[in-house]
Design a protein around this ligand. Structure first.
Ligand SMILES: *Cc1c(COP(=O)(O)O)cnc(C)c1O
Length: 390
């Protein structure tokens, strides 16, 4: 049997896979088992921050792997402590909890919000506001936090205590706050799965002010927007707000599984002994990878991300066959006149690997994609978008 057939026989059918079997890669180029070369425009959904088989990443992981692959949280371990320190120094957060995924990072944030709410406001203040069209994960509770009905179908009863406000509508948030007992709002600053929609900065500042007014936590889901993706280390740093909690995952480990919930001043002491945990959380290899990723996301790289972003927006805005371009940094959604799936499959034929978000072609290239590859990719996208409507 071919790998495709074995996969279809034995792997749970939860994914609609593209008809490509990835074998290996180098930097921003990946190869399938037929030897076909692609420019990677999705980095494993914003995970491979520095592309495939990056030497610095490999070295950091190898070194740790040759010392100790796992210890459990019953002991101290350097990579976990050092990554937490680095994240706090770069953000102003006070404490970090490590899990293994974005959903787990958000689960932690939700527990923090409920704990904080019950300690500071009263037991009934367990409601958390999220936004319509958001995405926060696939566990039952993060699914409940996700403001999209399509994800909720079949899984009732959902976790109670989530209320959905309209994105970019401050009044809709305030109405929920007036009518319900709330402890927090959780939102993405660029709704990734929801179609790469950057929130309006006025809305974000408005929500931040409401958090002060109603004494609730401002929690930002930076699972996709974090770790340099939007041109800041974390996207909130470009919005002039001071969150109480941020969550991140995807690009943090550069390809290894890790999630983190960062707690700022108000929430730093909420998680006490025995209140949360994870066997693999803070795994030394994942944390060593995380350190190597975060250390490299400096101003030079962030400026490069911004320049590359500007290039893509400038090239695609107003191009034939392209209706609109949305997003921030190297998290970009392209609304094409032709069906996005058609555009994606034509791009794949021509050696590009973009993905989809709602009705858009989504680009999430490695942050260090060389300019010449990005230029080549963008010119192919333009050609394909045009061809598809002719
Ligand atoms: C991907 C994503 C998640 C879920 O992360 P997993 O690692 O798949 O659990 C949560 N929130 C946002 C914004 C995401 O993009």
């Amino acid at each position: 049997m071919s790998i495709k057939e074995i996969d279809k026989s034995y792997v749970a059918g939860t994914y609609g896979r593209f008809d490509v079997e990835i074998s290996h890669g180098k930097g921003s180029l990946v190869y399938d088992t037929q030897g076909k070369e692609y420019i990677d425009l999705s980095s494993g959904i914003a995970v491979n921050t520095f592309g495939m088989c990056d030497p610095v990443f490999i070295n950091a992981v190898n070194e740790q792997l040759n010392k100790c692959q796992h210890t459990s949280n019953l002991y101290y371990s350097e990579p976990c402590a050092k990554l937490a320190q680095l994240l706090c120094e770069r953000t102003g957060a006070k404490k970090v909890f490590f899990g293994n995924s974005g959903a787990e990072a958000n689960e932690c944030a939700i527990k923090v919000a409920r704990l904080w709410g019950s300690e500071n406001k009263g037991e009934k203040y367990y409601n958390i506001i999220t936004l319509k069209n958001s995405f926060h994960g696939r566990t039952l509770t993060t699914l409940s936090a996700t403001g999209q009905d399509v994800f909720h179908k079949y899984f009732n009863p959902l976790t109670e205590g989530f209320l959905y406000a309209e994105a970019n509508n401050v009044e809709s948030v305030e109405t929920l706050l007036m009518e319900n007992k709330c402890c927090a709002i959780l939102m993405e600053l660029v709704q990734g799965e929801g179609g790469v929609m950057a929130l309006n900065p006025d809305f974000v500042r408005g929500v931040s002010m409401l958090c002060q007014k109603y004494n609730i936590l401002l929690m930002i889901d930076e699972v996709q927007t974090g770790n340099g993706r939007t041109g800041n280390l974390y996207a909130y740093q470009g919005y002039g707000i001071e969150p109480d909690v941020i969550t991140t995952a995807k690009g943090l480990g550069g390809g290894l599984p890790i999630g983190a919930c960062l707690m700022f001043g108000k929430t730093e002491n909420v998680l006490g002994a025995g209140l949360h945990g994870s066997t693999f959380g803070g795994n030394p290899v994942s944390c060593a990878a995380g350190i190597s990723v975060i250390e490299r996301i400096d101003n030079t790289l962030l400026n490069e991300v911004k320049e590359k972003s500007k290039f893509v927006f400038d090239e695609l805005n107003g191009a034939q066959g392209i209706k609109s371009v949305s997003g921030l940094g190297l998290m970009i959604g392209i609304e094409t006149e032709a069906d996005a799936s058609l555009v994606i499959s034509k791009c794949m034929e021509r050696g590009l690997l973009p993905i989809k978000a709602k009705n858009k072609v989504r680009l999430l290239p490695p942050l260090n994609i060389p300019f010449d590859l990005l230029k080549k990719a963008v010119s192919i996208i333009k050609e394909v978008a045009k061809e598809c409507v002719q």
